[in-house]
Design a protein around this ligand. Structure first.
Ligand code: NAI
Length: 282
């Protein structure tokens, strides 16, 4: 059977009302794409989505209503991509960090993927905070096999003993989830990738300074030279979502101006870094 043409399809973007999600929507609109936006807040006036869904991704029931409404209101074959940008920092309660940054991404993706066509894509947003995912891979593999209720129970019991702060944990988990989801989707023609930014100039950055500490953020920025513009992250997401990236699948794409390459190859000496704060908010 011929695959529907998703080359002009609509893109669903969560976290569209600010920062990276907003920048992505602007790019997509410039490329002539229609967008469906999802956020707990209203969209900025310069966006013209075909529909904006007010949805608190911290609430499972609201995600169910959202996926029902999207599948009812839209011809799903016309959806080219789902981009999960929404995320909350570690200054929020640990339960919410896990819910929004991990469970909501999985829930939305799993609910919509069966309705998407071959050639469409899912892109999630991680963080370089999640770069150490390999150290806890076994935890994520078993955690992500649990349903939402069991995963929440596990997290409420274990969040203080996983060895990293909740935000780092959530971003490691979403990186692993994206790879696992690429596996779940094999044979469907739908790809799933994850983009991990370093520090980005968005309203979230001051919160990260609070969460991680000015010293540590400034040390990271001293290697990359500056924080990214939101549009520089949106460029990478756009490429994976609707660009000529057709054989890129299950990929963790770090977009940080080179900082991580320094960690991996040794020109960044993390032993000299100021210790990050390990924020855990109950
Ligand atoms: P932002 O705060 O500017 O935008 C986040 C958007 O997500 C906001 O519009 C917010 O309303 C929405 N959102 C938050 N909680 C929500 C919920 N419960 N339901 C629905 N929408 C919700 O932040 P930014 O910087 O654009 O962050 C986007 C993503 O990039 C996040 O996943 C973040 O973790 C990640 N990131 C950001 C970095 C940075 O330095 N800004 C660095 C690395 C990753």
């Amino acid at each position: 059977m011929a695959s529907p043409d998703t080359s002009q399809g609509t893109v669903i973007v969560t976290g569209a009302s600010s920062g990276i999600g907003h920048a992505l929507c602007r790019r997509l609109m410039s490329a002539g794409r229609s967008i469906i936006t999802v956020d707990v807040g209203e969209p900025p006036p310069d966006l013209a989505p075909v529909k904006h869904f007010l949805c608190d991704l911290n609430e499972e029931g609201e995600i169910e209503d959202l996926t029902g409404a999207i599948s009812q209101d839209f011809e799903m074959k016309s959806i080219a991509a789902l981009v999960n940008v929404a995320g909350v920092p570690g200054t929020q309660p640990a339960a919410q960090v896990f819910e929004v940054n991990v469970l909501a991404v999985r829930h939305l993706s799993r609910s919509l993927a069966p309705h998407l066509s071959a050639g469409s894509t899912i892109v999630n947003v991680g963080s370089i905070s999640g770069n150490g995912w390999q150290e806890r891979l076994h935890i994520y593999q078993s955690l992500l096999e649990l349903d939402n209720a069991a995963a929440r129970t596990w997290w409420s019991e274990q969040s203080k003993s996983v060895g990293v702060d909740p935000y780092t944990f959530s971003k490691e988990a979403v990186i692993v989830w994206s790879m696992l989801h690429a596996g779940e989707l094999r044979g469907s023609g739908i790809r799933c990738n994850v983009v991990s930014p370093g520090p980005v100039e968005t309203p979230l950055l001051p919160t990260f300074r609070e969460q991680i500490g000015d010293d540590r953020i400034d040390w990271v920025l001293s290697h990359s030279g500056r924080a990214a513009k939101a549009d520089e992250i949106a460029q990478a997401i756009e490429w994976l979502a609707i660009g000529e990236s057709g054989w890129v699948n299950g990929h963790h794409l770090v977009v940080d101006g080179g900082y991580t390459s320094g960690l991996l190859s040794g020109w960044v000496d993390v032993d000299k870094a100021p210790a990050p704060k390990l924020t855990h908010v109950d």
